[in-house]
Design a protein around this ligand. Structure first.
Ligand code: HEC
Length: 297
């Protein structure tokens, strides 16, 4: 999805690993085997790739509508329920990827009928590279869904290159600065802003913060110091979200395109309503902010 970034990060990681080895503090498995770290209620575990591949629940599965590769794929995979002992008390699962991408996925999606599996890349048979300018595949661990349409699983909910999975509180509980203050607005307007916030959490927060709140830092903050709803004309902002390269294009760009299959026109309206609301409420508290000297029309 953002190959050049992951490449740079890979170089960075390689030096960290080298440094760890130097100081003898490496936490990697003895033979540098990839591991998946789980931090869940009553379950702190590091799962090694070879153990997962040998697990009795691991099977060959076919994923008809694979999001990372955009085609039908076949994997060695283990049902998500076979590695997580108890899904009942899980609020949100946070998937962290080697390239800085952080997906917060509601626990209820894992209790739904969409059939989550963790695909495991075998050591000797690597998966294809994600794109022509990236050397990396989606492995070693990749979350796939067999029937995503059953509960509306989004493209941003297929994290790849997963290094850890932890149970966290919902993003908006951990970062109240993401919450809109819509008291006094009519019910329809409030509902639209709430739906827009859900879109932000599901589709954008895996890379962007807002008001400094969020887990990822892959793209710029979407409200500080200014909101893109303020410095982009609306038509171009819509175009940018639908197809970033149609507005600005350079080789290192990493923002993915969000077509209508991923965000419908109505959902995009809601998302912009949320971003506009967040820009308005920030301005009310802005008088002491150093950017307040910029005059707005
Ligand atoms: C996979 C990571 C990723 C996701 C998901 C993502 N973005 Fe981005 N976005 C970026 C990056 C990185 C940039 C910086 C430009 C670039 O590299 O393409 C960016 C740039 C932008 C910009 C331009 C900001 C500026 O000031 O130049 C806007 C607006 C934006 N994103 C909105 C969104 C919205 C809205 C969503 C959710 C629908 C979203 N992004 C989802 C990574 C992402």
């Amino acid at each position: 999805m953002h190959p050049s970034f992951s490449f740079i990060l890979r170089l960075a990681l390689t030096s960290v690993i080298a440094a760890c080895a130097l100081f003898g503090t490496t936490t990697l498995h003895a033979d540098n085997e990839p591991t998946l770290t789980l931090s869940l209620p009553n379950q702190e575990q590091k799962l090694a790739r070879s153990n997962l591949l040998r697990h009795t629940a691991t099977h060959t599965i076919t994923v008809p509508d694979d999001q990372a590769y955009k085609r039908t794929m076949t994997y060695q995979a283990i049902p998500f329920a076979a590695i997580v002992r108890d899904m009942r008390h899980i609020d949100t699962l946070q998937f962290t990827s080697a390239d800085g991408f952080v997906a917060n996925i509601p626990g209820e999606l894992f209790r739904s009928a969409s059939e989550p599996w963790i695909a495991i890349e075998p050591a000797g048979r690597p998966w294809p590279a994600l794109s022509s300018d990236s050397l990396r595949s989606a492995g070693a661990f990749y979350l796939v869904w067999l029937t995503p349409e059953k509960s509306g699983v989004k493209a941003e909910q297929w994290p790849f290159q997963i290094i850890s999975i932890r149970n966290v509180e919902a993003l908006t509980v951990r970062y109240p600065q993401l919450l809109p203050r819509t008291e006094g607005q009519d019910e329809d307007a409030q509902a639209a802003v709430q739906r827009g916030m859900q879109q932000f959490v599901m589709q954008c927060a895996s890379c962007h913060r807002l008001n400094g709140g969020g887990d990822a830092d892959v793209g710029p903050d979407l409200n500080l110091p200014f909101s893109p709803t303020e410095y982009f004309q609306e038509a171009y902002l819509r175009k940018l979200i639908r197809h970033p390269a149609a507005v600005r294009n350079w080789p290192q760009a990493r923002m993915p395109a969000f077509g209508e299959a991923v965000i419908s026109d109505n959902e995009l309206d809601d998302l912009l309503t949320y971003l506009q609301q967040m820009a308005r409420q920030r301005d009310r508290g802005r008088s002491t902010h150093r950017d307040a000297t910029i005059t707005q029309e």
